[in-house]
Design a protein around this ligand. Structure first.
Ligand code: 0O2
Length: 227
C-alpha cells in the first residue's frame, strides 16, 4: 500500500467523533491534575501551620506548582516510544502534575515528607532521594511520587503527583543548572568547564545547608536554655 493510501485509511479510521472524544478526555484529565495539585498544596500549607505550632517557625519558604505542558508531555512520550492518548498519559507519566516545596532546612524536608506520606489518603508510589544520593552532576532534591484522591461530582479519582522537596540553595543551584543545560551554542570545552564549576557549586551548597542547620540547632539550644 502506498503512503498516501495508508494515510487516507488512517484518516477514515479516526473519525471526527473519536478525535472530539479524545480531546474532551484530555481536557478532563488535565483538570484532574490541576485539582490534585490544589489538594497537595493545601496539605503542605496545613503542614506548615502544624509545624509552626511545634517549632514556632514556618519551614516552607515557598510552593511552586505546574501542570506539564502539552509539548513536554508529547516529547516525553515520544522518547518512550508511546502515543499520546489520555490513558497512556495517566498510566505512563508520573510527573504531569508537579509540586515543588522549597524549605528552609534539610531536616524540614524529611519531616514534611514523613508527615505527608503518613496521611491515610496518600499512597507513596516511589521515592528518589537525590539528597542522600546526589546525581553525578550535583543535583540534589527529594522526589516523591504520590497518589492522591480527588472527588468529582460523581466519582473519586486517584491522581499521581510528583513532589519535589528541596532547600533554597538546592533550588537556586537547580535553576542555574537548568538555564545552562538549554544553552545549545556552547562548545564542548566550555560545557565541560561549566559542568565542573556547577558540581563544585553543588558541594558548596551542601556545605552551606549543613552549616545553616548547625546554626539553627545552636539557636534552638539557647532558646531551650532561656525557657
Ligand atoms: P521539568 O520541566 O521540571 O518538568 P521518570 O521517567 O519520571 O522516572 P525522570 O523524569 O528522569 O524519570 O525523573 P527524575 O530523575 O526524578 O527527574 C524529574 C525532574 O526532576 C525533572 O523534570 C527536573 O524537574 C528535576 N531534575 C532531575 N534531574 C535534574 C538535574 O540534573 N537538574 C535539574 N535542574 N533538574 C533536575 P523534567 O521533566 O526534566 O523537567
Amino acid at each position: 500500500m502506498q503512503d498516501e493510501e495508508l494515510r487516507q485509511k488512517i484518516k477514515e479510521l479516526v473519525t471526527d467523533e473519536e478525535v472530539a472524544k479524545q480531546v474532551l478526555m484530555t481536557r478532563e484529565l488535565m483538570t484532574c491534575y490541576r485539582c490534585a495539585i490544589m489538594e497537595v498544596e493545601t496539605k503542605f500549607r496545613v503542614l506548615d501551620e502544624k509545624f509552626s505550632l511545634h517549632g514556632e517557625r514556618n519551614p516552607i519558604e515557598s510552593i511552586k506548582s505546574r501542570v506539564k505542558s502539552p509539548e513536554s508531555i508529547v516529547e516525553k512520550l515520544r522518547r518512550k516510544g508511546l502515543a499520546m492518548t489520555p490513558e497512556i498519559v495517566e498510566r505512563e507519566l508520573n510527573d504531569v502534575a508537579g509540586v515543588r516545596v522549597i524549605c528552609s532546612f534539610v531536616d524540614d524536608i524529611y519531616t514534611l515528607a514523613d508527615w505527608l506520606t503518613g496521611q491515610d489518603d496518600i499512597t507513596l508510589l516511589r521515592v528518589k532521594d537525590y539528597i542522600k544520593n546526589p546525581k553525578p552532576n550535583g543535583y540534589r532534591s527529594l522526589h516523591l511520587i504520590i497518589a492522591i484522591p480527588i472527588f468529582l461530582d460523581d466519582c473519586k479519582r486517584n491522581m499521581k503527583v510528583e513532589v519535589q522537596l528541596r532547600t533554597i540553595t538546592m533550588e537556586s543551584w537547580a535553576n542555574l543548572e537548568h538555564k545552562l543545560r538549554y544553552k545549545k551554542d556552547l562548545d564542548e570545552e566550555v560545557v565541560a568547564k561549566i559542568s565542573k564549576e556547577l558540581f563544585e557549586c553543588s558541594q558548596l551548597c551542601d556545605l552551606l545547608d549543613a552549616k545553616m542547620s548547625h546554626v539553627k540547632s545552636v539557636v534552638a539550644m539557647h532558646e531551650d536554655d532561656d525557657d
